[in-house]
Design a protein around this ligand. Structure first.
Ligand code: SAM
Length: 229
């Protein structure tokens, strides 16, 4: 069953459990383009991180919240039987997400909102997933505090993120140089964020982070890992 908090925007009916979350200013050709781009690039990106996603995401059980699920790149990795909630501010991505969740037979609730203010109760989630989101959120520290708030004790935060290159490196300088344009075209994405440092400082009980690289310019440095509340 797929539930959606703004069912009038697409053909999928809201069959209950719809949340009353604030609707951010939406629409616009750039948001539509981002949603489409996330949809078309997902398979190529996933092929390169397939083993990591299987390991990190496929292992999760129970109530799983995904922040910034975009156009649904991770939907195919969730184990059958989980209860998925997605919080995605770009309404143009919702039709892609709803189609993928429906096709996967996922028990899904899709909410419009931001990860800085997650519309779910304290300690209500067994796991939270973030892939390529902490680079774009307006306030990553606030988001990490929200992730901790909604996780039950012992609950798991799993993430794959592109991050800032080694400080002082030529790659880092390039990340900083292109940032103003990158951020504008990339829906707020900043290529030089110290996301690993922020996750380590966010107060989780245990944090495992593995750095790796992807074959892309500017956003090659990545991290994958998990943190436990
Ligand atoms: C690069 S996309 C990644 C999408 C998806 N997670 C993936 O791996 O393909 C970044 C996503 O974060 C979402 N986003 C941006 N700001 C956000 C916020 N403050 N809270 C939650 N999601 C946000 C964007 O709408 C977009 O869907």
């Amino acid at each position: 069953m797929v539930r959606h908090d703004h069912p009038e925007k697409d053909a999928t009916p809201c069959r209950g459990g719809c949340a009353d979350t604030p609707q951010p200013a939406g629409g616009g050709w750039l948001r539509r383009l981002h949603a489409w781009f996330l949809h078309v690039y997902a398979d190529g990106y996933n092929a390169k991180v397939d083993a990591r996603k299987r390991h990190l995401i496929g292992d999760l059980r129970g109530a799983v919240l995904e922040i910034g699920p975009g156009s649904g790149a991770n939907i195919g990795y969730f184990a059958p039987g989980i209860r998925w909630t997605g919080v995605e501010p770009n309404p143009m991505a919702h039709p892609y997400l709803l189609r993928k969740a429906d096709a996967a037979g996922l028990d899904a609730t899709l909410l419009t909102g931001t990860a800085e203010r997650l519309p779910v109760p304290d300690a209500s989630q067994d796991a939270v997933v973030s892939t390529l989101v902490l680079c774009s959120v307006a306030d990553p520290d606030r988001v990490l505090a929200e992730v901790r708030r909604v996780l039950r004790p012992g609950g798991r935060f799993v993430f794959i993120e592109h991050v800032g290159a080694e400080p002082g490196s030529g790659e880092r300088r390039w990340q900083r140089r292109v940032k103003p344009v990158w951020r504008r075209l990339g829906d707020g994405c900043e290529p030089d964020r110290d996301t690993a440092g922020r996750i380590r400082a966010a107060g989780f009980a245990r944090v495992d982070i593995e750095p790796f690289r992807m074959p892309y310019p500017i956003v090659a440095p990545h991290i994958a890992g998990r943190a436990e509340r």
